[in-house]
Design a protein around this ligand. Structure first.
Ligand code: ATP
Length: 276
């Protein structure tokens, strides 16, 4: 059925417009970067967008979260960034609608040091995923929990940064450092880099602490804070061990639904619409 929500592809249609690259980053560990990357990718794919998930975290959890064996991946973002493989040698289709992956492997941990010696070291990811921008509507980069050279490559390659913040004590700790890094990247390498938004993760509205954290985050980031907060949900934490996004593991779960809502909000904020 054709409704107002149906459109001819807003991005990428006819090869005219380029996909949007969004780095999901926060140097703080365990705040929900990978969970957001995997589930947002699956949700955008479900909504008809062509998505490339770019895993640049040496832990490779986004790779295994999409059901791809990170130990068996011969060509990964490591080879892409060191120049030893081309885009088409690395990209793999996932089992999930509209979602492709550039997998990671533990070898990427070494790249942090190896890249230091290389020419154009902060631009390596940007150059190698450039052709992906012609094929996908959204490219989501899952960053490691640091502000090192690999994360820098992600921020240089990105159009925007999406920051997951866990609703817990010290949630804002390190955010001024992250924003300083964003400002520096803008000044030195990527003047058009913007903040896409802030996503509150592991949200529990029953806790006073959560309410306080949300207030503080809103004071700091204002309208950039997404209205959709992701609740703490067991489906989201179980799904990775089955190599599936929550949408496929347990479609009715609150976690799966909240990431679909997040994807819809992201499309809305970008003036983009689902293709159904
Ligand atoms: N909304 C949620 N509900 C329940 N569990 C969650 C939720 N979000 C994330 N988790 C769990 O919290 C842990 C950390 O999440 P995740 O790996 O996504 O964080 P990260 O920021 O990518 O971590 P790292 O910094 O190590 O890369 C994981 O075990 C994940 O399954």
């Amino acid at each position: 059925m054709i409704t107002d929500f149906v459109e001819i592809r807003a991005r990428g249609g006819g090869g005219v417009s380029l996909g949007k690259t969004i780095a999901i980053a926060n140097q703080k560990g365990g705040v929900g970067k990978t969970t957001t990357a995997v589930n947002l990718a699956a949700s955008l794919g479900e909504l008809g967008k062509r998505v490339l998930l770019v895993d640049i975290d040496p832990q490779g959890n986004a790779t295994s979260g999409l059901g791809v064996n990170k130990r068996a991946s011969e060509q990964t973002t490591y080879e892409l960034m060191t120049g030893d493989a081309a885009f088409d040698q690395v990209v793999v289709h996932s089992a999930f609608k509209n979602v492709d992956l550039l997998p990671s492997s533990i070898q990427l941990a070494g790249a942090e040091i190896e890249l230091v010696e290389m020419a154009d070291r902060q631009n390596r990811l940007k150059k190698t995923i450039a052709e992906g921008k012609e094929r996908y509507d959204y490219l989501l980069i899952d960053s490691p929990p640091s502000l090192g050279l690999i994360t820098l490559n992600g921020l240089v390659a990105a159009d925007t940064i999406l920051i997951p913040i866990q609703c817990e004590y010290y949630a804002l700790e390190g955010l001024s450092q992250l924003m300083n890094t964003v400002r520096q990247v803008k000044r030195l390498y990527n003047p058009l880099l913007e903040v896409e938004g802030v996503v509150l993760t592991m949200y529990d509205s029953r806790l006073n602490l959560t309410v306080q954290v949300v207030e503080e985050v809103k004071r700091y980031f204002g309208a950039k804070v997404y209205a959709t907060a992701v609740p703490r949900n067991v489906g989201l934490s179980e799904a990775p061990s089955f190599g599936q996004p929550a949408l496929y593991y347990d479609r009715g779960s609150r976690g799966a639904k909240s990431y679909l809502e997040l994807a819809e909000e992201l499309l809305r904020r970008n003036g983009d619409k689902a293709v159904i």
